[in-house]
Design a protein around this ligand. Structure first.
Ligand code: AGP
Length: 360
């Protein structure tokens, strides 16, 4: 490939570090001279015209879609369903009268997503693709494309494309809200600027994260991520990252679900990574941490400035509460990276995986 790692030992680390630049690039690309959102007017019309959005994606892109649902529902007031592409046709929901399908795919080549796109296009349902590769299959076959502007992502584990997807979804949600005349006190470009600076601050804290990875993950067999609300989504992404590059059996759980079964898995020394970046769940997620600790878990809390407590393992800078996933995922990406290094895993090319899954 033409893309070089430069001084970086791995593409994954390089791509993690690129995230603040990617966010700034997105701010630039989606803004015009008048500081308005720059977007294909046809996309704006399609968003305005639909009565429900169906987000279709796989893996990390699916996790970005979960936050996309929050952005679009909370800001633009349109109901959203998020579906794992490979499951869609088996568990096909009853469609609304005017559905709009949004395909999220870094590569634009994921066969499971494409298969939904082809079927839904046959039924006449419009398609918007969010992709990092404008000429890709999912982009060419859709009616509209939004470019992620993340630059080539080489490492199999997706990092900068995930944060780019969430940033673009936030912009799309706000644009739709404005087009519908909804008054918001949320300026996506300003909030993304704050996110980019927060990301930058984190890339200087690698030693601390390497230390956490060494302490918690160098020999463990498994690891759990817990969170509530949008922190839960970030936990899902953190656990996928850890699984795919370190081969540690990892799972993300909703804090409130622990007592419904999962807590049985906690043994002496089981690592539990808890996300606490949301004010409304700060108290209850910390309660969950106490519950798992009482059963022997070795817990680590990742919180946000303003909500942090003494003893938290890592504190991210303060950002808007809808934007926390874009920042809180960075420590998780880095912890996974260092865990994989300590376990001598092939970070950029983990076993059994391909960068894009082009078969169903
Ligand atoms: C992410 O780290 C994974 N390698 C994988 O889950 C990926 O996100 C998924 O295959 C979807 O790929 P896409 O975004 O290119 O469609």
């Amino acid at each position: 490939t033409d893309i070089e790692k430069g001084t970086y030992p791995h593409f994954m680390l390089k791509e993690i570090d690129e995230q603040p630049f990617v966010i700034r690039k997105i701010i630039q690309e989606y803004q015009n001279e008048k500081d308005e959102i720059k977007l294909d007017p046809e996309i704006r019309e399609a968003m305005k015209a639909c009565d429900r959005i169906y987000i279709i994606a796989a893996g990390t892109s699916y996790h970005a879609g979960l936050l996309g649902k929050q952005f679009i529902e909370k800001l633009a007031n349109i109901p959203v369903e998020v579906h794992v592409a490979s499951e869609f046709s088996y568990n096909m929901p009853l469609l609304s009268e005017k559905p709009l399908f949004v395909y999220i795919s870094q590569s634009g080549e994921t066969a499971d997503s494409r298969s939904v796109l082809v079927q839904m296009k046959e039924l006449g349902h419009p398609a918007l693709t969010l992709t990092n590769v404008p000429g890709s299959t999912l982009s060419r076959e859709a009616d509209f494309t939004m470019h992620l502007h993340a630059g080539p992502e080489i490492a199999v584990a997706s990092t900068k494309a995930y944060t780019a997807q969430m940033a673009v979804l936030a912009i799309l949600a706000v644009d739709t809200a404005r087009a519908k005349g909804i008054k918001l006190d949320f300026d996506p470009m300003q909030e993304l600027g704050i996110v980019a600076s927060a990301m930058e601050a984190l890339t200087d804290q690698k030693e601390q994260l390497e230390e956490l990875a060494r302490n918690y993950l160098s020999t463990t067999r498994n690891c759990f991520f817990i969170g509530r609300g949008i922190d839960y989504y970030v936990g899902l992404e953190g656990s996928l990252k850890l699984k795919e590059i370190s081969y540690i059996q990892a799972e993300g759980f909703a804090g409130g679900e622990l007592k419904h079964g999962t807590i049985a898995l906690i043994e002496d020394g089981t690592p539990v990574i808890a996300l606490a970046t949301q004010e409304n769940v700060n108290y209850s997620i910390r309660g969950n941490v106490q519950e798992v600790e009482a059963r022997g878990a070795k817990s680590m809390i990742i919180s946000m400035k303003g909500l942090d407590k003494e003893g938290d393992a890592f504190v991210i800078p303060h950002v808007h509460d809808l934007m926390t996933p874009l920042v809180s995922v960075l420590p998780l990406q880095l912890i996974s990276y260092y865990a994989a290094l300590h376990r001598d895993c092939d970070v950029d090319k983990p076993r059994n995986l391909a960068k894009s899954v082009t078969v169903e």
